[in-house]
Design a protein around this ligand. Structure first.
Ligand code: NI
Length: 268
């Protein structure tokens, strides 16, 4: 099936994500069982700042479908740059795309990543659903491990390629919970593990955004030298607060997202 519209793309991405990350689907269904509606706050993607596959390349289908650029973010320690996009319809998920700044890594990492990106046919990057194509390159587990020493983010990208890194439950829209702390408690009571790097709840009312996330599921990935179990994706939760103008803050908080990125690290 050719994916050429935003609703079809969002559907496909959720189905792929839910299949690959059973914990997200289970948690999603637990909310529905309580009578809650699950609204998606944002979908996050990862890539490299190589011009062939940069944030701007991944953003294209969204820009063609009613989204506009809103804000950018710098993650100095993790060597990342990110942009967020919003749709004219506020019910639609925000899109958050980050890219790894290759020039800040040693030549070995740069060469390794360039060898992956060189395998991507140009026409694929022009397709509407490029951001959900999966891994468009062959990579060995040995290379994955090597990248992991330098950047967990680079290793995750090498193993999984183009697919949502996480979907995010908009806590404000859950009517059966008072706040994100209650949500976290409920998730842990149901046997799921939360990322507690930097504390379970990242951010605060003062920065208008509180976020938490599960620890990533692990998934079997086929590498060129064998099948291995590696961290996959996580499920995120976001509670937004009104700014002085009374409007809910719609942006992101770099300091919080910095810790959320660690939800796909190997040694949790
Ligand atoms: Ni997020």
């Amino acid at each position: 099936m050719v994916i050429a519209t935003l609703p079809d793309l969002l559907d496909k991405m959720w189905r792929d994500y839910a299949t690959m990350n059973p914990q997200a689907l289970k948690i999603h269904n637990l909310f529905l069982e309580r009578g809650d509606q699950v609204q998606n706050d944002h979908i996050a993607f990862r890539t490299f700042n190589h011009p062939k596959v940069s944030v701007d390349v991944l953003a294209n289908p969204f820009l063609e479908s009613g989204y506009t650029y809103r804000q950018d973010y710098h993650f100095t320690e993790k060597k990342l740059y990110a942009k967020h996009f919003e749709h004219t319809d506020a019910q639609m998920p925000k899109i958050f795309i980050s890219e790894l700044k290759l020039e800040e890594f040693d030549e070995d990492v740069q060469n390794t990543v360039n060898q992956l990106v060189d395998q991507v046919p140009d026409y694929i990057t022009q397709q509407f659903d490029f951001c959900s194509k999966g891994r468009p390159w062959e990579v060995s587990y040995e290379t994955y491990k090597k990248l992991q020493q330098k950047s967990e983010y680079a290793a995750w990208m090498a193993a999984h390629g183009y697919r949502p890194n996480h979907f995010t439950v908009f806590v404000n829209a859950l009517t059966s919970f008072d706040d994100i702390r209650e949500v976290n408690k409920f998730i842990k009571q149901n046997g799921f593990k939360m990322n507690d790097s930097g504390g379970e709840v990242k951010g605060s009312k003062e920065v208008y955004l509180e976020q938490s996330s599960t620890l990533a599921d692990t998934v079997e990935v086929d590498f060129s030298d064998g099948t291995r179990s590696v961290p996959a994706c996580y499920y995120e939760f976001a509670q937004r607060y009104p700014q002085s103008d009374g409007e809910l803050y719609q942006g992101f908080v770099a300091k919080s997202a910095d810790k959320i990125f660690e939800s796909t690290n190997k040694n949790q």
